[in-house]
Design a protein around this ligand. Structure first.
Ligand SMILES: [Zn+2]
Ligand SMILES: [Zn+2]
Length: 408
C-alpha cells in the first residue's frame, strides 16, 4: 500500500530531516530578514528535483509545485520559517549562532517537516492525481506578517484546500490535536494616551488628575466584556501597561498612558470592542475634563478551522496515526497568520504535541529555553502525507469524497 511506502521513506529520511532542523535552528533569522533561510529552502527543493520554484512570493515566501501524473485537485501545505528576537538559553549543541535571535517557536521544525514531505513525494509523482503546492512562509511572528502578503499575491488562487500545523510544547509528545471552528484568537493591541492638568497634590480641585481618570477608564472598560458582549462569545480585554506620574508624592500627574490587548474570535465582537474602547475612553475622559487619544491596531484575524476539513483530518489521523493519540483541543487566545489562508480556502490547522518532561523539554513557545521533541518532526510529516494520500492518492473513490468535502 502506498501509505506504508511513504511512511517508510519518511522514517529513513528522518536523520536528514533532523539535520535540516538543526541547521535552521543554528542559523535563525528574524521575521522579514530570512534571506539565507529562503535560499536554503529553495536550494534544498532544487536538490530534490523541483523545477517550478517561485521565490520572494509576497515579499519573502518560497513556493514549489509537485505535479502528479494525472489530473486532480491542488492541495497546499504551509510551513513558516522565521525566528524570534530572543537570546537562546537552551545550551543545545546546535543552539543559535546568531546572537539575540532564536527559533523559539518551532518554525525550524515546521520547515524541516515540509521539506521532508517534499523530498519523499518527489519520488512518487506517478502515484498522485493532482498537484501538491508547498508554501514556505516568511515572517509569521511580526505584524503585518508574511501570510497575508502571500495570499494577496495569489498563492492560494489555484488551490482547493490548504493545511498547516504547529508544534506544541510543552504538551507531552504522543498526541496530535485538532480544533474545529474558531481555534486561535484575533490578537489586537491598543493604547490610550490621557491628557489632564497638573498641579499641587493638596489642591486637586485646580487640576485634572490623570491617574484618577485613567483608573476610571481601566475599570469602566472591563464592562465591555461583562456587560456589552454576548456571554456566549469569547473575548479578553487586558490592560498591560499603566504609566503616570514621575515618582513625586505631591504633584498631580497630567498624563497617563494605558496599553493593552484584545483577543476575540467573532468579527462582530471584535468590531464592537474596538468601537467601545474608543467611545467609552473618550466619554469618560470628557466627563472629567480630560482628553484622550486612542490608537487601536488590528493583528491577525481569528483562525477558523473549516469543520468538514477538520473532521476529515481527525478521521485520517485516527485511522493512520496509531502510535499517537488524536484529540480535540479547546480554542486558544494566541494568534497565527495562517488565519489568512483559511479565510481564502477551506482547510485546517492542527497541532503536534512536542514536549518531553523526561528530557527537560518543558518550556513554552517564545521562551529562551524552548525546545521540542524531534520525534514530532516525523509525526508531523506523516500527518501531511496522510492528507496527500487522501486527496491525491490514486484511490479514486476516496479522492472524490475529499473534493466534495472542500465545498465550504
Ligand atoms: Zn510564535
Ligand atoms: Zn509559531
Amino acid at each position: 500500500m502506498v501509505m506504508t511506502e511513504w511512511e517508510k521513506e519518511l522514517d529513513e529520511l528522518f536523520p536528514e530531516t533532523q539535520q535540516w532542523r538543526r541547521y535552521l535552528h543554528q542559523n535563525p533569522e528574524p521575521s522579514f530578514e530570512e534571506y539565507n533561510t529562503r535560499l536554503f529552502i529553495a536550494e534544498k527543493l532544487r536538490e530534490f528535483g523541483y523545477e517550478e520554484i517561485e521565490e520572494n512570493v509576497g515579499g519573502g515566501g518560497v513556493v514549489a509545485y509537485l505535479n502528479g501524473e494525472s489530473d486532480g485537485p491542488t492541495l497546499a501545505f504551509r510551513a513558516d520559517f522565521d525566528a524570534l528576537r530572543i537570546q537562546e538559553e537552551t545550551g543545545l549543541p546546535f543552539a543559535s549562532q546568531n546572537p539575540g535571535v532564536m527559533h523559539a517557536c518551532g518554525h525550524d521544525g515546521h520547515t524541516a517537516i515540509l521539506l521532508s514531505v517534499a523530498k519523499v513525494l518527489m519520488n512518487h509523482q506517478q502515484a498522485l492525481s493532482g498537484k501538491v503546492k508547498f508554501i514556505f512562509q516568511h515572517a509569521e511572528e511580526v505584524l503585518p506578517g508574511g501570510g497575508k502578503a502571500m495570499v494577496d499575491a495569489g498563492v492560494l488562487d489555484d488551490v482547493d484546500a490548504v493545511y498547516g500545523l504547529h508544534l506544541r510544547s510543552p504538551f507531552e509528545y504522543g498526541t496530535v490535536s485538532y480544533c474545529s471552528g474558531y481555534a486561535m484568537a484575533a490578537p489586537d493591541f491598543f493604547s490610550i494616551q490621557i491628557q489632564g492638568k497638573s498641579g499641587h497634590a493638596a489642591h486637586p480641585n485646580t487640576t485634572v488628575d490623570a491617574v484618577v481618570v485613567a483608573s476610571y477608564v481601566v475599570n469602566q472598560l472591563q464592562s465591555i466584556i461583562s456587560r456589552k458582549k454576548d456571554p456566549q462569545e469569547s473575548g479578553v480585554l487586558t490592560f498591560s501597561t499603566f504609566k503616570a506620574g514621575d515618582g513625586a508624592h505631591n504633584i498631580i500627574a497630567d498624563k497617563a498612558l494605558l496599553k493593552g490587548t484584545v483577543r476575540t474570535f467573532n468579527p462582530e465582537v471584535r468590531d464592537m470592542i474596538e468601537e467601545k474602547i474608543k467611545s467609552m475612553a473618550e466619554q469618560i475622559c470628557a466627563a472629567h475634563g480630560a482628553t484622550c487619544e486612542v490608537s487601536y491596531t488590528r493583528g491577525y484575524p481569528a483562525l477558523y478551522n473549516h469543520p468538514k476539513e477538520t473532521q476529515l483530518i481527525k478521521e485520517l489521523f485516527e485511522q493512520n496515526r496509531t502510535d499517537v493519540n488524536v484529540e480535540a483541543t479547546p480554542l486558544r487566545m494566541g494568534g497565527e497568520d495562517f488565519a489568512y489562508f483559511l479565510q481564502k480556502k477551506p482547510g485546517s490547522y492542527f497541532f503536534i504535541h512536542s514536549g518531553n518532561e523526561e528530557k527537560g523539554i518543558v518550556y513554552p513557545h517564545h521562551h529562551p529555553k524552548f525546545d521540542f521533541d524531534e520525534r514530532a518532526l516525523l509525526t508531523g510529516a506523516k500527518c501531511f502525507v496522510d492528507i496527500v494520500d487522501h486527496y491525491l492518492g490514486n484511490r479514486v473513490s476516496v479522492a472524490n469524497v475529499s473534493l466534495e468535502a472542500t465545498g465550504e
